[in-house]
Design a protein. Structure first.
Ligand code: TRP
Length: 455
């Protein structure tokens, strides 16, 4: 039962796993989404709840996902089945893996569109399109881009190809190589930008906005958004981390590794907030501007600052790298399954997956132009896919993983796989995964449903 390695390969060492998983976690969620949802949901109040969700729900569930992946040594779908069998249970637990793969497609479809905007902005910053513009012009550039289906299509297609090339390379020649090159660059760029923002003169305002707790600003909806985002930003609830865990070394400690990944992810989100909000306040822009926050306010700010074009270029380059390494992890569970169950080559698997998500992406892409009036529950396809995955499918996936690992796997299995140094740490984890994490998800879900129905 204890396979030493997955047929897909293994990470070279513990740090590569940490960097790869951090590459999955750190993405548009941290740099684009986190600042704008924090801005929309009252700043500090939201951030505090979000941090609780990361620690009490995210970290234990991430440990559970890595554990299942490493125990099963296969794609999430097959690892769920294998570990269920090992514990003497029914193979239908594989359906959690299936829901995850589906969520991965859905997430990718809108993720790739936003990543396409990022690529467009990298090119725009590089070519000087954003020199000397005001907020009106920046808004215009962004809205013109959204209205222009053809341009969006080009960048969306390019992004899908970029991701699929890496997936086709496999674990060592694709994922690991991308990780080794992109992650160090990402950290360097982030640091440069933080220094730049710290000198923008409004650092204290940005800090205050993120860390000043105002209970009145908090709503139940904000709590649901915070929970959903905790899953989204840590890449939980769909199998990304489970797949990456299946390539992890047997002797590496899951607890310490997961804590490192979660800490790095949180750090990047907070730094992104600390880089963005001071610039927003320095230019009297609106922190609650929504999804356009990064794409409208930042170019304005960059256009008015010394060296802004270079920093703007570097900023969007960094976002592009982050999006790239995350999108790869959205496709890995499906690719691994296609290879091990249908016997496809990596190349064929990535062509097939690429085609599916490219086509699904057209729906998200059209939400801003040709199919803007196709509404589901009053939402465009883009908004609906985001809502459905982040606020429903991921928490549900995480809920079932917690139930599975906490209540269905045997104590021997989890104790052996986690091999935590202190008995107390294991008990704390087990209590959290059995009681706290599932009930937190269930309560937040139920309260929201109740509120939506009552309203
Ligand atoms: N965590 C990534 C981000 O913050 C996105 C992502 C990658 C993801 N894999 C995932 C989200 C799996 C949910 C599930 O941008």
């Amino acid at each position: 039962m204890h396979k030493k390695q997955s047929i897909h390969g293994a990470w070279a060492n513990r740090w590569i796993f940490i960097l790869a998983a951090t590459g999955s976690a750190v993405g548009l969620g941290n740099i684009w989404k986190f600042p704008y949802i924090a801005g929309e949901n009252g700043g500090g109040a939201f951030v505090l709840v979000y941090l609780f969700c990361i620690l009490l729900v995210g970290v234990p569930i991430m440990m559970a996902e890595v554990l299942v992946g490493r125990r099963g040594r296969q794609s999430p779908i097959n690892s769920m089945r294998e570990t269920a069998y090992e514990a003497g249970h029914h193979g239908r637990w594989a359906s959690v893996g299936w829901m995850g793969a589906l969520a991965g497609f859905f997430i990718f479809s809108f993720y790739s569109v936003v990543a396409g905007w990022v690529l467009y902005y990298i090119a725009g910053m590089g070519s000087g399109q954003f020199i000397d513009i005001g907020s009106e012009q920046a808004g215009q550039i962004f809205n013109n881009l959204l209205a222009d289906a053809e341009t969006l299509l080009i960048w969306h297609t390019l992004f899908v190809v970029m991701v699929m090339v890496v997936i086709a390379g496999g674990v060592n020649k694709g994922l690991e190589r991308a990780t080794r090159v992109l992650m160090p660059l990402l950290f360097v760029l982030l640091f440069v930008l933080l220094v730049y923002s710290a000198n923008s003169g409004y650092f204290a305002e940005g800090w205050d906005f993120l860390f000043h707790f105002e209970p009145e600003a908090l709503s139940w909806n904000a709590v649901l958004v915070a929970l959903g985002h905790a899953f989204f930003t840590l890449s939980l609830g769909m199998g990304s981390i489970m797949a990456y865990g299946s390539y992890m070394g047997k002797r590496d400690s899951i607890g310490g590794t997961v804590l490192t990944i979660a800490a790095l992810d949180t750090l990047v989100a907070l730094i992104a907030g600390l880089a963005i909000f001071p610039i927003v306040f320095a230019n009297q822009l609106d922190p609650g501007a929504g999804p356009g926050l990064m794409f409208i306010t930042l170019p304005v700010a960059f256009s008015q600052m010394a060296g802004g074009q270079v920093f703007g270029f570097l900023f969007f380059l960094m976002v592009g790298f982050a999006a790239w390494t995350s999108a790869i992890s959205l496709m890995e569970p499906g690719a691994a399954w296609l290879v091990e169950t249908l016997g496809l080559s990596r190349v064929r698997a990535s062509i097939l997956l690429g085609f599916i998500v490219w086509a699904l992406g057209l729906l998200a892409l059209g939400s801003f132009n040709v199919t803007a009036d196709w509404l589901v529950f009053g939402m465009t396809a883009f908004d609906f896919l985001d809502f459905l995955t982040a606020n429903i499918m991921l928490p549900l996936g995480g809920f079932f993983v917690a139930l599975f690992v906490g209540w269905y796997l045997t104590r021997e299995m989890t104790e052996d796989e986690l091999a935590l140094r202190w008995p107390l740490a294991y008990e704390a984890w087990r209590f959290t995964i059995r009681y706290i994490a599932p009930s937190a998800v269930a309560v937040i879900f139920a309260l929201n449903l109740y509120q939506k129905l009552a309203a």
